[in-house]
Design a protein around this ligand. Structure first.
Ligand code: SAM
Ligand code: DTB
Ligand code: SF4
Length: 330
């Protein structure tokens, strides 16, 4: 069979495996060569000393129907977390105001849902409109969205939607069984088609192989358009969850993954996300050198700890980093 009359899905598989092989070669470069290359790509596209700062708020906590093996909020595990209902719009806006005063330029609201219910849409839309009116970028992460819900959020002016693929397609069902990798891609397509910017990444340290990490990044980089934002989380092991005792990820492998993300997605904001409380300043410095240029600020993520403002101010001073201005963030 010649390449011309090969069925399209075979062709796609061939291209995907070529891209995977190329990415694997990059990932396995000598560490200095990999970091040099990542830093070159980074400098060609960004101010290397500017870091975008996002703030998270859990607007609906715990009691989630999904069984994500890493999560404190899944109703399938006894993690000791107290569940609560959707927060009132006024409270969300009061928290967003405080985040703005703390220097965050993007406000990310997360809910422990498989998907939002239509009855919640009015309140969610009011949150987006209210946070935008404060002059911040808005992001939501609420689980799966239909095309109609995506269009409603686009109309409200939602800037970003976060929906992580979390790991490779191969490894996905080891971590989550209540939905599929394909479901995740479908929501990402709905969000993209509605004209909302995409934030999609994953978690390292869930027992995956280096190939799984590479494959996850190749998937993200080869979406019809790469995500504008790619959060790379280091697993924060949650007592009671399925992954409570997962072996920690090797810090050098973590930095390699950041560097590969930067090289495969030159224009994307790569976010050093959950897990910074478990990283030394030196490891974070290497991540920034490898091309990470976004963090979550504030002393909590959704339910877990994050280095507080004092620590991050000291880190920025030590490394000569500065907050990225809103105009220059993409
Ligand atoms: N329920 C929505 C969903 O799953 O898309 C939004 C919230 S969910 C908590 C957002 C992301 O946080 C997950 O996709 C996962 O990548 C990350 N995350 C959750 N728990 C984590 C943990 N213990 N350590 C690291 N990352 C975690
Ligand atoms: C992402 O990739 N990381 C953030 C955000 N997207 C929503 C969430 C991290 C959650 C860490 C665990 C917790 O706070 O419960
Ligand atoms: Fe629910 Fe999201 Fe946690 Fe999965 S990651 S259990 S969908 S809150």
């Amino acid at each position: 069979m010649t390449p011309v009359d090969r069925p399209p899905h075979d062709e796609r598989a061939t291209v995907a495996s070529q891209r995977f092989n190329e990415a694997k070669i990059i990932y396995n470069l000598p560490f200095n060569d990999l970091l040099f290359r990542a830093q070159q790509v980074h400098r060609a596209n960004f101010d290397p000393n500017a870091i975008q700062m996002s703030r998270l708020l859990s607007i609906k906590t715990g009691g989630c129907a999904e069984d994500c093996g890493y999560c404190s909020q899944s109703a399938h595990y006894r993690t000791g977390l107290k569940a609560s209902k959707l927060m009132e719009v006024g409270r969300v806006l009061a928290e967003a105001r405080k985040a703005k005063e703390g220097g965050a330029t993007r406000y990310c609201m997360g809910a422990a849902w498989r998907n939002p219910k239509d009855r919640d849409m009015n309140a969610l839309v009011a949150m987006v409109e209210g946070v935008k009116a404060l002059g911040m970028e808005t992001c939501m992460t609420l689980g799966m969205l239909t095309p109609e819900q995506s269009a409603q959020f686009a109309d409200a002016g939602l800037d970003y939607y976060n929906h992580n693929v979390d790991t490779s397609e191969r490894y996905y069902s080891e971590i989550i069984t209540t939905r599929t990798f394909e479901d995740r891609l479908e929501t990402l397509a709905n969000v993209r088609d509605a004209g909302i910017k995409v934030c999609a990444g994953g978690i390292l340290g869930m027992g995956e192989t280096a190939e799984d990490r590479i494959s996850m990044l190749v998937t993200l980089a080869n979406l019809p358009a790469p995500p504008e934002s790619v959060p790379i989380n280091m697993l924060m092991p949650i007592p009671g969850s399925k992954l409570a005792d997962a072996a920690p990820v090797d810090p050098i492998d973590f930095v390699r993954t950041i560097a590969l993300a930067r090289i495969l997605m030159p224009l994307t904001h790569v976010r050093l996300s959950a897990g910074r409380t478990g990283m030394s300043d030196e490891m974070q410095a290497l991540c920034f050198f490898a091309g990470a240029n976004s963090i979550f600020v504030g002393d909590t993520l959704l339910t877990a700890d994050n280095p507080g403002e004092d620590h991050d101010t000291a880190l920025f001073r030590r490394l000569g980093l500065k907050p990225m201005e809103l105009e220059s963030s993409r």
